[in-house]
Ligand binder design. Structure first.
Ligand code: ATP
Ligand code: MG
Length: 922
């Protein structure tokens, strides 16, 4: 029997040895060059760099041998192999499955050219300890659940290895795991909660590509073995945890994330720390001061109250940050609160006129979660606290009831619970929409304050109803808010209506001083109520002939813009539903455009500039925008007003219900629009030409748009066009919106001389207009990368094709209904388009010429026009010079002070007729 067993064992060993030999021979065949490896003879156990035990292959060590070739699929029959190190070669092709190599402990395949990794690669690799797969051009793959059974895993390193998906929870359960190195992958999601049980020392997750890692990093606080943490260049948010338990942490890289809140003092005091980076987050509070000798990269680009290490922030700042802590330091709050003076127009915060004491906190619709901090009680000057329409939970802190100046509290539509504190009778309290308010907190729910009992959400402890109906006669807030909103609405309606007022006088907005009674009066809690704007309708002599009180705005409204229209961020928040996503109309190079809706349904468009997009300081911005608000024409989208508060720069435009020309010309099918007829296209072309001609003729040295393109041609419900965004490019700082930047984005519209030299004349707009004409004719974008290379650039292709008149048909948009008359009209416009896009600026016509060519074509379809009515005293049939004179007379003195030519403000503009006649001899 013993003999038989021995025979079987011997036989199976020989079979295994034979299969090892086969696998090794396969390997020797698949990789090259093998000549210098010392792999000679038939027994692999005699080969160099190969170890055997009892005739079985246990280790293959071939790092950095310049090997090419692939790994054969028979490699997984090396069932005793415990070490395979092939790093730093040029091995390629798909990795075979290593499934079943249950002895494999060390596997180094990094720095090769392997193209993919099979799904069952790690199946049964239960002995794995050290794995490195970094720097291979794999197809994207996910970390498989098979790895969970490698419970002796110490190092898992696969940076730059195309790993997608999230970090698996099982990593936290692998008790031996010390190092996870997964930088430069495509990982998403958050840090696994299971990490708090791990013994991880080394965590490299930096620079994820694509959507990146995100969420909180709080779990780090429980990972007490950590020595090195690289989380830089991801999307982590929330605050930095208390890392005082991480006694061995020496390297902490957190830069380039979206972390908020204070830098914990425990971090600055951490003895082990040698190297830390916090740059480019949204960190707040005092600028951190680390011990001497620590390598720190705090850098700028955070929201610290000031940038002097260790210098404390203003007390008010610290209180507000405690309040923000209750909400979990939301990013929007961090963005809005970034200096040391909360009374310098911080969002959500209103102060008294002396700009010292905080009087209003208004967080309505701010998407807040978390709890209401009792620190609010420290703001003894607070009159109004608005927290409505958020997801706040917990209790209303009792301390609020003892705030001496508090007059109104609105916590409607949250998820609060517990007893409502016993507020003074005079306090207007709104608590509707909190179904659990008045109940005992459910187990496990946080809360800020003591326990609670009894009551219902419809009554306060004092027996008063807590609904909005509580705003009785003794409590003016609701009425005032209502009046203020009404006033705001009226003001904005006035603004919206202004452009079609058919009176022959010009209206303009002017600020009046804040009535002292309102500013100082104890009964008005919000800046919405504290300021009035006067809409004065001026008569021809510039005297105010009538006044309508209009609500809104903040104490920062300045006269810098000479009577221009300043609107406060609170009003803009109100009308855009707190800049909600549903209100987004689109996004451009300067920021996001939101739709705003007034109570009566009147709509506006609010362009909220991205921070830093406007290079100009506040005064310069106001001065230039102030000018732009005065440029009014039927074919220019009116800039109705603006807002400059803190870092916020917003522009308010009239709303154009049919969106952009681009949406109707190129994306009509996706948007559910019918294609534009030729007649509509022609009308739009003429509208644009008139708008731009008007700009060009405003001052002697002209006012140049510089960014004419279909997304800046907006349409009304009648499909008539207006040009928008004139003057914006000039406002941007050099880098952000430079010729170079724009070359990449809107290359197709840039005149060659502008692209090459940056030289700007009106002919730059004429060129861009020519491109728009080509787009109207062809239905093709200025730059269309889906086209073959020779027709990708519209101008080049179009000019080449129409050089042969017979071929014009080739360029016409196939969706245009073509009859003879249309064809002729298109030929004329095609010729004009060619003319406008002439290489040399001096060969291009003036915009006036374009108007003259296009208007008879439009008339052809519309012999009796009813559109030439007067608007702002501008009659389009009247020669421009005359129009301008009249307009100037109406406007008073400053209105012709245009951006390009402030010093020549009083020089009359060059009449269109003169331009045209001198060129064309007509
Ligand atoms: P650029 O920043 O170069 O002007 P753009 O025109 O594409 O590029 P925005 O001007 O910011 O970008 O406008 C973004 C989008 O918002 C537009 O494409 C349009 O759909 C919408 N939009 C802008 N202004 C208005 C408006 N007054 N009325 C209606 N929609 C508007
Ligand atoms: Mg635009």
């Amino acid at each position: 029997m013993g003999w038989l067993l021995l025979s079987v064992l011997t036989l199976s060993l020989s079979i295994a040895m034979a299969s090892d030999s086969t696998a090794m021979l396969d390997l020797a065949k698949a990789i090259n060059p093998v000549a210098n490896l010392g792999w000679t003879g038939s027994d692999p156990c005699n080969w160099k760099n190969v170890d055997c035990t009892n005739g079985r292959v246990t280790a293959i060590r071939l790092p950095g041998q310049n090997l090419k070739g692939t790994l054969p699929s028979s490699i997984n029959s090396l069932s005793m192999l415990s070490i395979l190190t092939l790093q730093g070669n040029s091995l390629s092709g798909p990795l075979p499955s290593f499934s079943g190599m249950s002895s494999l402990q060390t596997l180094y395949l990094d720095g090769n050219q392997f193209s993919s990794i099979p799904g069952d690669f790690f199946r049964g690799l239960t002995s794995l300890q050290n794995v490195s797969l970094d720097d291979n051009p794999f197809e994207q793959w996910l970390l498989p659940s098979d790895l969970a059974s490698a419970d002796g895993l110490v190092l898992f390193s696969a940076s730059n290895a195309s790993i997608g998906g999230s970090i698996p929870e099982y990593f936290g359960g692998l008790q031996s795991l010390e190092s996870i190195r997964l930088s430069y992958n495509n990982l998403t999601g958050g840090l696994p909660a299971s990490f708090d049980k791990s013994s991880l020392k080394n965590l490299w997750l930096n620079n994820q590509r694509g959507p990146m890692l995100s969420g909180s990093i709080m779990v780090l606080g429980n990972m007490t073995f950590l020595t090195q943490v690289w989380l830089q260049t991801n999307g982590f948010s929330g605050s930095i945890p208390d890392l005082s338990g991480c006694k061995s942490l020496f390297d902490l890289q957190l830069r380039d994330n979206a972390l908020t809140g204070l830098v914990p003092s425990s971090l600055m005091e951490l003895q082990s720390l040698m190297n830390v980076s916090l740059r480019n987050n949204k960190l707040q509070g005092p600028y951190p001061q680390f011990k001497d000798g620590i390598k720190v990269d705090n850098g700028k680009l955070n929201d610290f109250c000031r940038y002097d290490p260790g210098v404390p922030c203003d007390d008010r700042v610290m209180v507000l940050l405690e309040i923000a802590a209750g909400f979990g330091y939301p990013a929007a709050v961090a963005d809005a609160w970034s200096d040391n003076d909360p009374c310098s127009n911080w969002l959500y915060v209103t102060c008294d006129p002396q700009k010292k004491n905080i009087t209003v906190l208004n967080f309505a619709n701010a998407k807040l979660s978390g709890t209401i901090s009792p620190s609010i009680g420290k703001l003894s000057s607070l009159r109004s606290l608005i927290l409505s329409n958020n997801n706040l939970t917990g209790k209303i802190p009792d301390v609020l009831a003892s705030m001496p100046n508090l007059q109104s509290v609105d916590v409607e539509n949250n998820d609060l619970f517990g007893e409502v504190p016993n507020f003074r009778k005079e306090v207007t309290l709104k608590t509707d929409g909190n179904p659990l308010l008045g109940t005992t907190p459910a187990p496990g729910r946080g809360g800020s304050g003591s326990g609670s009992s009894g009551g219902s959400n419809s009554t306060t402890p004092s027996g008063m109803p807590t609904t909005s109906s509580i705003t009785g006669s003794g409590s003016p807030t609701g009425v005032i808010v209502g009046v203020a909103v009404g006033l705001a609405v009226l003001m904005l309606i006035g603004v919206g209506v202004i452009y079609c007022v058919r009176k022959k006088r010009h209206q303009k907005f002017r600020r009046v001083q804040n009535p002292p009674s309102l500013l100082n009066g104890g009964s008005v809690p919000s800046d919405l109520q504290s300021i009035k704007v006067e809409l004065s309708s001026l008569n021809g002599n510039g005297n105010a002939s009538e006044q309508h009180s209009r609500a809104s705005s903040g104490p920062h409204m300045g006269e810098a813009a000479g009577g221009s229209m300043v609107i406060s961020i609170q009003v803009l928040r109100l009308v855009t539903n707190n800049f909600s996503e549903e209100n987004i109309l689109g996004k451009g190079g300067f920021g996001v455009v939101y739709k705003g809706e007034l109570h009566d349904g009147t709509k506006i468009a609010v362009k909220r500039m991205e921070a830093g997009v406007m290079g100009k300081g506040m005064n310069e911005f106001q001065a230039e925008i102030g000018v732009l608000t005065k440029v009014r024409h039927r074919h220019l989208v009116a800039l109705l007003g603006y807002c400059v508060e803190g870092n916020e720069r917003l522009l308010v435009y009239e709303y154009m219900p049919q969106g952009t020309l681009g949406q109707h010309l190129f994306d009509y099918a996706q948007n559910g629009y019918p294609p534009l007829s030729w007649k509509q296209r022609l009308t739009i072309a003429l509208d644009v030409a008139r708008g731009v001609e008007y700009l060009h003729s405003l001052a002697q040295k002209s006012f140049i748009h510089r960014d004419l393109k279909p997304s800046n041609v907006l349409l009304g419900d009648d499909m008539r066009a207006k040009v928008s965004d004139f003057g914006l490019v000039k406002l941007a700082p050099d880098g952000k919106y430079s010729v170079e930047t724009r070359l990449a984005g809107t290359f197709g519209y840039l005149a060659p001389e502008y692209a090459v030299t940056g030289r700007v004349t009106t002919k730059v707009d004429v060129f861009a207009f020519g491109v728009i004409l080509m787009e109207l004719i062809t239905g093709r974008r200025a730059l269309d990368e889906s086209q073959p290379e020779d027709s990708m650039h519209l101008v080049t292709w179009f000019r080449r094709v129409i050089a042969n008149k017979e071929k014009i048909g080739k360029v016409i948009d196939p969706v245009i209904d073509l009859d003879e008359e249309t064809y002729k009209s298109i030929c004329t416009v095609a010729e004009l388009a060619g003319h406008c896009t002439a290489r040399e600026p001096h060969q291009r016509p003036d915009m006036g010429h374009a108007v003259n060519v296009l208007s008879p074509l439009v008339q052809q379809w519309k012999p009796t026009s009813t559109e030439d009515e007067d608007c702002f005293g501008i009659d389009l049939d009247m020669p421009l010079a005359q129009v301008l004179k009249r307009w100037q007379a109406n406007e008073g003195t400053s209105t012709m002070t245009l951006m390009e030519e402030t010093s020549n403000a009083s020089i009359p503009p060059k009449p269109y007729a003169e331009n045209f006649l001198s060129k064309d001899g007509r």
